[in-house]
Design a protein around this ligand. Structure first.
Ligand SMILES: N[C@@H](CCC(=O)N[C@@H](CS)C(=O)NCC(=O)O)C(=O)O
Length: 310
């Protein structure tokens, strides 16, 4: 199997989702640390603009967004599956809710004044300001839930999750873990690691017990690599042959045209390149970079928007 290079940072919840999937599937991986705020020159050299965390790199292929990264890992190592056939649709739909609604509720709840100093570790007021300015720019004015709304919503979500776990099953959707467990888990993990706010979870013992079980997957085995070495690997590799798969034309844009792809919700940094893959659930562009060479950057369809350039 080609080397699986994961670009992330420790306190990133979406990264924790994937680290635990490495644990569940017992995948050996290579860990590249990236900065939590812009500038991120080595990330952008690989992606062409996309700045969100995490990204997965296999040779000269770069995969954005954890929904797609999870699919890629499941194809590489199909057992145990993240999408057990009987619950696959439900698991994906619950995961999508957790990665959006539950995640932003958890973020709004956790970033309260009492918690600020312990969320990001021991950082200076200047670093705190830089973090706040970075995230404000990334969110580009997207509405924020107030702390009181976030608190009441979180309690309701935790009640619902407790209810799902109240029938003695090990995981949210039954006896087997699925993508839903990892997506719900990472949002709650972000709350649990902050002592000033995590007592909200104490009223939900079934959720805490389930969280311990998901945490027990661990992260399996990781070797460290510098971002410079990861760029060298991209430059010296040939991207996978994506030209022979199905072509699903949803935009009237042909393969080979120049397109721009960016998230639909926040961090609106376009990635421009030649459209080389368009299936029902994935698109990819090929682009050239001075340091990364020729790379193919992959995105899921859901949560992204594509436009023709020029
Ligand atoms: N839908 C994306 C969301 C990724 C995301 O929002 N990640 C956060 C960190 S957990 C982020 O990018 N924050 C800004 C940054 O790291 O630059 C995914 O599933 O990968």
């Amino acid at each position: 199997m080609s080397e699986i290079i994961f670009h992330h940072y420790p306190i990133s919840p979406f990264s924790e989702k994937i680290r635990l999937i490495f644990g569940m599937k017992k995948i050996n991986w290579t860990s590249v640390m990236i900065p939590p705020i812009m500038p991120k020159p080595d990330v952008v050299a690989l992606t062409g603009g996309y700045r969100r965390t995490p990204i997965l790199q296999i040779g000269a292929d770069v995969y954005c967004d954890t929904a797609l990264i999870a699919d890629v890992l499941d194809k590489l190592v199909p057992t145990p599956s993240l999408y057990p056939p009987a619950i696959a649709g439900l698991a994906r739909t619950l995961a999508q809710w957790a990665d959006t609604t539950l995640f932003w509720t958890a973020i709004a709840y956790t970033f309260q004044p009492a918690a600020m100093s312990s969320i990001l570790g021991n950082i200076s007021p200047e670093q705190m300001q830089a973090f706040a300015a970075d995230r404000a720019a990334m969110r580009a004015g997207a509405p924020r839930i107030s702390l009181s709304e976030a608190t009441v919503q979180l309690h309701e979500y935790l009640r619902r999750l407790s209810n799902m776990l109240g029938h003695g099953q090990a995981y949210l959707l039954g006896a087997d873990a699925s993508i839903a467990d990892f997506s719900v888990y990472h949002a709650l993990w972000f709350i649990r690691r902050v002592a000033a706010v995590n007592s909200i979870l104490d009223s939900y013992p079934a959720v805490l017990k389930w969280m311990d079980q998901v945490a027990a997957f661990g992260h399996h085995h990781a070797e460290k690599m510098s971002s410079g070495d990861a760029l060298d690997i991209a430059r010296n590799a040939v991207a996978s042959d994506v030209g022979t798969t199905e072509f699903v034309d949803t935009h009237g844009i042909a393969l080979g045209e120049q397109v721009s792809v960016m998230p639909a919700d926040y961090a609106f940094d376009p990635v421009i390149g030649e459209l080389v893959l368009a299936t029902h659930n994935q698109i990819a562009v090929r682009r050239q970079d001075e340091r990364a060479g020729t790379v193919v950057v992959h995105f899921p369809r859901l949560g992204f928007q594509m436009k023709r350039v020029g």
